[in-house]
Design a protein around this ligand. Sequence first.
Ligand SMILES: [Fe+2]
Length: 249
Amino acid sequence: MTLIAQITDPHLRVDGRDPAHDPAKAIRRAFARIAAMKVRPEAIVLTGDIIDRSAPDYAHALPLLREAPVRVLPLSGNHDRPGAFRAAFSGHVAFARDHLSFVEPVGDVLVVGIDSNLPDGSGGVDAARLDWLAEVLGKADAPVILALHHPPFLTHTAHVDDDGFAGAEALASCIGGSPVIRVIAGHTHRGMQTLWAGIPASTCAAIGYGLSLSLSGDPHEPVDTPPGFELHSFRSGGLVTHPVTLPLS
Ligand SMILES: [Fe+2]
């Protein structure tokens, strides 16, 4: 059995001006919950937006993440700062040379983190990332969980879908028929599940502030939804995801 936790979108900020609950407190609660488990996850995949907006926030985030009871695999989000991110987390995983993607064996699966932050600030994958991914998947000798910040699927929420995901079709072609068994993302600050490219795909609820649900196209806004994380359990060839909800205060 292999158990992997997913925590996303803490938006840690050194000035403490969080729009809702304290994300650092919520992360400590998630760490305590994980540490108390009889069967612990082997790793925590952090699917991006580790900080909110300024590189000094990493000085706040790093000591907190060092409290994790298991190793942390960090992915960059659109609020992260690529240069500062690489410097902050180069000891956690071996990043690709030209982007912040990584591949990491965890128990019986391979976690492939693909950096979905394009140089122009949009979300998606370009030819360099797709080439990198195709090579990694070609060598994969275990089932793959593909992790990224931006969901590559349509979410039916305008504030996410209007921005789009560059290269979504090419990414779907790349993982079709590959060892990828699951796609996990963050960015939406709400839990969502779908089938994409024939593969179960989801976003995880944020450990930081939530976003209001808007299926009408009306503007969304930060709301104080209960923080949460997910546990992805792989056993006998099957993967089951268990959401965990934490208290607001
Ligand atoms: Fe976010």
